[in-house]
Design a protein around this ligand. Structure first.
Ligand code: EZ4
Ligand code: CO
Length: 405
């Protein structure tokens, strides 16, 4: 089953998505996601210039060998750009294998470990009340787990709550240079405990609550936050401190029993290894798109399972529906699956481009039963919504110092 052609298509139904289509000689094709938010075109070039020429004529059935060939065969291993490129090829090959077998990908992984996948939704607000009003709407829709983020009073813009930059993603053409946001740990600490205290008072203790620090805190500040939030029983605290210095998590762990989650920026099992085997985290959040695809995510999940670490794949709006679908197949199989981040199935435009039949019911998502990943891609529709240069925000302290982001 030789690979005949590989197409790399960038579209923007609101966010940029890099989609890879691997086509075999007999016409079967598979889809993969190679989106690297804010650096999309670097991955496109990596694929077109360096990966595609190596794969034409190779047997699409040998997923493992192709993965090893692209990973080990390159002297320059790892890195976000390389791993996003490998990820997209890997997903597409699993998609093809499923189509050939006439089975959804989760069946190839070992079948279902659960009936559906519990997801957590985002409640973002300009203030505590606004965030809790959002949370209430989500609870009424049936969500059982909610991530709470609130803007910090007296700061220009807080990450995850874009404030006056909310319309950034509505802008047409190339977007302005990175939006700038402010950070003050002192002001954040004045707000954050109240947010969770009010949430527990208003919603009780049955609902699962989560929070993402976006790596804004030093380890000792994270430890303090963990202790501060312990009474409110969070499902996990995400990205408490920066991901590069994993010793941070030893410091945090010494001080607090709050469950910790990290990994959305990790590119390989090597990035996860020490945190997992030292049991310094409770949830590993690697994304299929950013850590090399389904093949390595399965390996990471198995490795994590022997150290009591559960999976909680990244699910932000800049991961395409192809990645979400790949996560769904992994989630429904992984014995140590924890929870999936979920921001909806996309807008009207993206739903015309990416066609899928996953469904949300009572805070749980049901996997597609179609062969392969269960997702299709309308190239003509995609062409109507071309790439727009966009950036992630940067973060400064109030005196102008560039902070963790
Ligand atoms: O900042 O996906 O948990 N979700 C997040 C996201 C990430 C973006 C980066 O591209 O932290 O909002
Ligand atoms: Co995050």
């Amino acid at each position: 089953m030789k690979i005949k052609e590989i197409r790399v298509i960038v579209c923007n139904p609101g966010r940029n998505f890099v989609t890879v289509k691997v086509i075999t000689e007999n016409g079967t094709y598979g889809l993969g996601d190679a989106t690297l938010n804010g650096r999309e075109m670097a991955v496109v070039t990596y694929l077109e210039e360096h990966v595609v020429p190596c794969l034409i004529g190779r047997d699409a059935q040998n997923i493992e060998d192709i993965w090893q060939y692209l990973y080990r065969g390159v002297y320059w291993r790892r890195g976000a750009i390389t791993m996003a490129a490998i990820a997209a090829i890997d997903m597409a090959l699993w998609d093809i294998k499923g189509k050939v077998a006439g089975l959804p990908v989760y069946q190839l992984l070992g079948g279902k470990s659960r009936t559906a996948v519990t997801v957590y939704a985002h409640a973002n607000g300009e203030n505590i009340e606004g965030t809790l009003d959002e949370a209430e709407k989500l609870i009424k829709q049936g969500f059982k787990a909610i991530r709470l983020q609130s803007a910090i009073p007296d700061l220009a813009v807080t990450y995850g709550v874009l404030g006056d930059k909310k319309d950034y993603f509505e802008l047409q053409g190339d977007r302005p240079l990175p939006p700038e946001q402010e950070w003050s740990t002192k002001k954040y600490f004045n707000m954050i405990e109240t947010l969770f205290a009010c949430a527990r008072e208003r919603f009780g203790h049955d609902i699962d609550l989560l929070h993402d620090v976006h790596s804004r805190l030093t380890p000792i500040e994270s430890a303090k936050l963990g202790k501060m939030l312990e009474p409110y029983n969070l499902l996990f605290l995400e990205d408490a401190s920066i991901a590069e210095n994993q010793d941070n998590y030893k410091v945090i762990r010494q001080h607090t029993t709050i469950p910790l989650a990290i990994g959305e920026t990790y590119n390989s099992i090597w990035d996860c290894k020490d945190l997992i085997q030292n049991q310094l985290i409770d949830y590993i959040r690697v994304a299929a798109t950013h850590a090399g695809g389904i093949t390595p995510l399965r390996r990471i999940a198995d490795f994590a399972s022997i150290y009591n670490v559960r999976t909680a794949p990244h699910g932000a709006p800049d991961l395409s529906p192809v990645c979400f679908s790949a996560h769904m197949h992994l989630n429904i199989w992984a014995p140590n699956f924890g929870i999936q981040e979920f921001v909806g199935f996309g807008n009207d435009i993206s739903n015309k481009i990416f066609k899928q039949d996953m469904r949300l019911e009572n805070g749980m998502v049901y996997v597609s039963e179609e062969p392969g990943l269960g997702i299709d891609f309308d190239e003509e529709e995609a062409k109507k919504h071309p790439y727009k240069r966009s950036y992630l925000p940067v973060c400064r302290l109030e005196d102008g110092t560039l902070w963790h982001w």
